[in-house]
Design a protein around this ligand. Structure first.
Ligand code: ME8
Length: 640
């Protein structure tokens, strides 16, 4: 029998010291997107998440809440499980490190490494950061504080077991060198390599000054260091002791996904532990960036967290997941704001995707009695559209495989934009007036329905309820739960005659002001409009040369956080414009859009780049919205 290829993906097991926030949701949703993608490709996927329940930090917070430690943790774990249910996370298992199935594996492996001579008893003297559960040497501290979270550290002097980590450093460096994919993104790999080269000290792997942990098997005065305990979850959950067959099937893991804060534990401590255990190393350790708030990193201890359980009922699970998956550029940090979330919903989902679907459905209902028509002869513009679909599939697949979630979403949304443009180019409303053009109209409708089918399949890992909802309006498949990824790579699969029905708007537009609960006072003029002071004449206005311009390229100005460099098509010519909107738009948000250009503004150099005009935008204290032209009016036309 042909066994499906396996794919084992993990998130970090989160500390249940408090409820989780949108940063944790990012990792779990991104991993879920990957798990669903791989399942759609036919892989036998094991997706693991869970909670890291031991250690001084958890013991302390439970005590502060006057609760027995396990009772405290139980309540939070119930919330975490509920959160993942709300976010439609398809984890195959949820491991808690307080479960016996995990504890016995940790004890067994501790003993194994001890018996091998790689764990030995000695005396620890050094610094410890409890919130990070990390040991530091004097020289690693930053002005006497934790170099990671910058909080107070405490001096520990206690008997400890040590793991002979330094011994494995040369082998680890060789492994990293030989497997360029092992630590990703590349910039992070270099950091890890430098850290190892600066010298690995042996790692303290037991504690004696508190009790909330797994007892060291040969000496119950000690509990196992929480990271040595936690990392082993990746083995215990897939049955290292209890189900060797399953263990063999899934280990080594294909990807451990996390943020950069805990990369070192996964890229240094974990592989050296596995080497000591004679087990193969995971294929990839991937560290994404952080979701930040304006005031800095979001963290439970800073109390500035965003609870996804509030966002999902407000905006819908598909939209929140879409926002998260798109939010972080490859390996980089990003900023969360509710306004940005609403913008994604309004621009990407309501305007681009939602409109494409509702316009297409309405036209098929109007022109073809609500049935997908048969496509006829192919014109150049149809070929271009098909080409865009192929490109979306190829780029989307490649980017998901390299965990560039943002680029995957952009690849799909480029197809959506291309399809919207195709409507403007083919003008179905004009074709509909001419009975001779009936076949051509049928082809256009068919092609649009195909693009929708392909985009929806590709968005399925991100937006798990979308396919079902679209299928109720444009029936593009028999059963959305059986969609395969490969179906997005093929043109022509939508069944002819399939019904198309009018439905609710898939993504209603959100009133940004209302949602942000902004209290806006009506603007009162300081004094009554005075003809002489406030009015300009029509001739004055006519001096302004305002033009529709299409953004054909856009990039961030190097070393300037506010500036974007836009390349615009205006009629037959092109212009470069520098605009201070980088904090409100990503370059890819603008590419393909039509904006309004002040074309006769005197050119000026900004940071060395000649800016030939200015684009118009509306703004209030927080927001900037570039004015756009959404119809098929050609670039170069006047705005008057
Ligand atoms: O470190 N942006 O647990 P933890 C992006 N128990 N991701 C974020 C984030 C943010 N602002 N905040 C948290 C632990 N995360 C250990 C892990 S694994 C064997 C043990 C995500 O609750 C991100 O994945 O502090 C980060 O690495 C993880 O939560 C840290 O979770």
């Amino acid at each position: 029998m042909n066994q499906a290829k396996t794919y084992y993906i993990t998130t970090p097991i989160y500390y249940p010291s408090d409820n989780l926030h949108i940063g944790h949701a990012y990792t779990t949703v991104a991993a879920d997107c990957l798990a669903r993608f791989k399942r759609m490709q036919g892989y036998d996927v094991f997706y693991l998440t869970g909670t890291d329940e031991h250690g001084q930090k958890i013991e302390k917070v439970a005590r502060e809440n006057n609760q027995p430690t396990l009772a405290y943790v139980d309540a939070i774990v119930a919330n975490i499980k509920d959160l993942w249910k709300t976010m439609l996370i398809t984890n195959n298992d949820f491991i808690r490190t307080t479960e016996p199935r995990h504890e016995k594996v940790v004890q067994k492996l501790f003993e194994k490494v001890f018996a091998k001579g790689d764990i030995y008893l000695s005396q620890y003297e050094g610094w410890y950061c409890t919130p990070c559960e990390t040991f530091f040497t004097e020289r690693q501290l930053k002005e006497g504080k934790c170099p990671d979270c910058e909080r107070e550290v405490e001096l520990l002097q206690e008997e400890s077991y040590f793991f002979n980590m330094g011994k494995y450093a040369p082998r680890l460096l060789e492994h990293i060198e030989a497997h360029p994919d092992f630590i990703q993104p590349e910039s992070r790999r270099n950091e890890v390599v430098n850290f190892i080269k600066s010298g690995l000290e042996d790692l303290c792997v037991s504690r004696t000054t508190f009790k909330w942990g797994i007892p060291v098997p040969m000496n119950d005065k000690h509990v196992v260091y929480v990271w040595f305990d936690a990392l082993i979850n990746y083995l215990s959950a897939i049955g290292y002791l209890d189900d060797p067959e399953q263990f063999e099937r899934y280990w080594p893991a294909d990807v451990h996904l996390m943020a950069k804060d805990i990369l070192r534990f996964h890229a240094i401590i974990w592989p050296t532990m596995l080497m000591a255990l004679d087990l193969p190393l995971p294929k990839k350790v991937f560290a994404h960036g952080w979701i930040m708030l304006e005031g800095g990193k979001m963290s439970k201890s800073k109390g500035n967290v965003i609870d996804p359980r509030v966002l999902v009922p407000k905006y819908g699970v598909d939209a929140v997941r879409y926002y998260l998956v798109k939010e972080l550029n490859y390996g980089q940090d990003g900023f969360y704001s509710e306004e940005a979330l609403i913008n994604r919903i309004n621009y990407d989902l309501a305007n681009d995707l939602g409109n494409l679907i509702s316009r297409t459905a309405a036209m098929i209902i109007r022109y073809f009695d609500g049935q997908i028509p048969t496509a006829g002869g192919v014109e150049k513009v149809d070929e271009e559209l098909k080409q865009a679909a192929t490109q979306a599939y190829e780029e989307g697949t490649a980017n998901l495989d390299k965990l560039d979630f943002n680029a995957y979403i952009n690849a799909v949304m480029r197809l959506v934009s291309r399809a919207n443009k195709y409507i403007d180019e083919t003008e179905p409303w004009t074709l509909a007036k001419d009975p001779q053009q009936r076949d051509r109209l049928a082809t256009v409708m068919y092609n649009l329905a195909e693009c929708i089918r392909i985009a929806v399949i590709m968005l399925n890992p991100t937006m798990p309820t979308l396919a079902e909802r679209v299928n109720q309006q444009i029936k593009f498949c028999e059963d959305p739960s059986l969609l395969t990824w490969a179906q997005a790579g093929q043109w022509g699969l939508i069944p002819i005659g399939s019904p198309v029905l009018k439905g609710e708007a898939l993504f209603p537009r959100i009133d940004n002001k209302k949602e942000a609960n902004a209290v806006t006072e009506p603007v009162k003029p300081e004094k009554p409009a005075d003809e002489d002071n406030n009015y300009i004449t029509i001739e004055d206005f006519a001096r302004l040369d305002l033009r529709v311009a299409e953004v054909i390229a856009c990039e961030k100005m190097p070393k300037a956080d506010k500036l974007l460099i836009l390349r615009l098509r205006v009629g037959d010519g092109e212009r470069t414009v520098v605009s201070g909107i980088a904090q409100h738009y990503q370059p890819e948000d603008l590419i393909g859009k039509k904006v309004v250009l002040v074309a006769n503004l005197k050119p000026t150099k900004l940071r060395g780049t000649l800016s030939e005009g200015m684009i118009l935008a509306a703004s209030d204290e927080e927001r900037v919205e570039v004015l756009m032209v959404h119809s098929d009016i050609e670039p170069g036309n006047r705005v008057k």
